[in-house]
Design a protein around this ligand. Structure first.
Ligand SMILES: *Cc1c(COP(=O)(O)O)cnc(C)c1O
Length: 448
């Protein structure tokens, strides 16, 4: 059993293995999971968590693991972060739900005000709240169609936008997200992404050629005047932490502006300080018309947001947007706690620091380990892409093997990538340096 009774940053910040991974108690619980939950709900690492905080997760057998996943970029402020816990505890005792559309409450408005202020661009904005990233992206498309009177939506190769009917349609990868789940939603069109490592003529011409190709496809196959929105992740997340070649996003944005197409940034994974900016769009000065956020927004409570130009969001008729739980008061209080934590603990700078520690180490590994074809990312969103040495042929088996070795040593890492050959690193931004270093050393040893 765990030696502490609470999670949060007070949890001993150490890797500690007291059983094999997974231990007997986790194996018992996993057997129950398999009997009660369908296998479609996968498991990256079958250890059952009892406490978490700072840079560690503690399991039911008392093992303390270094967390390079943050529950998929969610607990950026750490698990059970004090300002989140305090606000949620107060709120849960006051009231838990009214439905904001029935009788409103202040915290929802405060979250929207903050997002209007913090997201890129100083134009007048509006925000509304929903429950998940997918729901935010769906709503962005609804709003964009309504505002433009157009139907087509353009998405990109390697994109990931969720698992609902519309958002899995927007998602690029068949297995596991789309396989046997069709037919898909109509009026969704996919164009190339500027993926430097895999661009046929090399990384130098990637941005220019990919943008030209994408724009030509839109003009020829859809017609710009039929396109409501372009939906793009400023760094492709599930697709493999692909940072589009510099210049690609501005070129797509210019094309959108010139043709009355709305630019929708899906910052569900990249948002809230993760990449070393508050939002990844800031890196190239992109000001999206609509921005979707979720994951890192509320420390793990289910919350997502759609923020956009006032003149676009204000078009939708009364009652056209919303949902029973959207902007639940507990989740809103958690988000306010997250915003305070990012500001007061300097987590934007902290994310940059994590990138400054990790990227040189990962590049060092690449020199010694020829299966690392590419090292990339920004801030605390970094990755290595594994290939057959000297080629760009993906090596998903090696990726799984390295993941397995890291897990056995108590380092929680996640995979990603259209080809399943990317190891991605998303430590909580509050992770202490000694754990970051120890995690990198475990990764280093797992690469032999
Ligand atoms: C996770 C993710 C989504 C979907 O969010 P859910 O909360 O899982 O619905 C959408 N877009 C991106 C970029 C994501 O990473």
């Amino acid at each position: 059993m765990s030696m502490t009774t609470h999670g949060g940053p007070g949890l001993p910040q150490e890797r500690r293995l007291v059983t094999e991974i997974p231990g007997p108690r986790s194996r018992e619980l996993f057997a129950r999971k398999q009997a009660a939950v369908p296998p479609g709900i996968g498991t990256t690492l079958p250890v059952f968590i009892t406490h978490a905080g700072g840079g560690v997760v503690v399991d039911a057998d008392g093992n303390s693991l270094i967390d390079f996943g943050s529950g998929i970029a969610v607990t950026s402020v750490g698990n059970a972060a004090p300002r989140v816990v305090e606000r949620v505890q107060r709120q849960v005792a006051d009231f838990t739900h009214t439905c904001f559309m029935v009788t409103p409450y202040e915290a929802y408005v405060a979250v929207c005000e903050k997002l209007n202020e913090l997201t890129p661009g100083d134009h007048e904005k509006r925000t509304f709240l929903v429950n998940s990233g997918a729901e935010a992206v769906e709503n962005a498309v609804k709003v964009a169609r309504h505002a433009t009177g157009r139907q087509a939506v353009v998405v990109f190769d390697h994109g990931y936008h969720g698992r609902t009917l519309l958002t899995m349609t927007l998602t690029a990868k068949n297995m596991p997200y789309k396989h046997h789940f069709g037919p898909f939603a109509p009026e969704v069109y996919r164009v190339p992404l500027a993926y430097p490592f895999r661009w046929p003529s090399g990384p130098d011409k990637c941005a220019e050629e990919a943008a030209a190709l994408a724009i030509d496809m839109i003009n020829k196959q859809i017609g710009a005047e039929n396109v409501a929105a372009v939906v793009i992740e400023p760094i492709a997340g599930e697709g493999g932490f692909i940072e589009p070649a510099k210049g690609f996003l501005p070129a797509i944005l210019d094309y959108c502006r010139a043709n009355g197409i709305l630019f929708v940034a899906d910052e569900v994974q990249t948002g809230f300080a993760r990449t070393g900016d508050l939002f990844a769009c800031e890196d190239e000065g992109i000001v999206p018309d609509i921005i979707c956020t979720a994951k890192g927004i509320a420390g793990g409570l289910p919350l997502a947001a759609v923020t956009g130009r006032a003149e676009i969001l204000d078009r939708v008729h009364v009652g056209g947007l919303g949902g029973t739980y959207g902007g639940n008061p507990l989740a809103c209080e958690a988000a306010l706690g997250v915003f305070e934590t990012i500001e007061q603990e300097g987590l934007v700078e902290r994310a940059r620091h994590i990138g400054d520690v990790m990227l040189p180490r990962l590049r060092g590994f690449q020199e010694r380990f020829p299966a690392i074809g590419d090292v990339r990312g920004r801030g605390a969103m970094t990755a290595i892409e594994l290939v057959k040495p000297g080629t760009t042929e993906p090596d998903p088996a090696l990726t799984l093997e390295i993941t397995r070795r890291c897990h056995a040593e108590g380092l929680l890492v996640l995979t990603a990538g259209t080809y399943g050959n990317v190891l991605r690193f998303l430590p909580p931004l509050v992770m202490p340096d000694h754990l970051l270093e120890e995690g990198l050393s475990i990764l280093d040893k797992s690469l032999v």
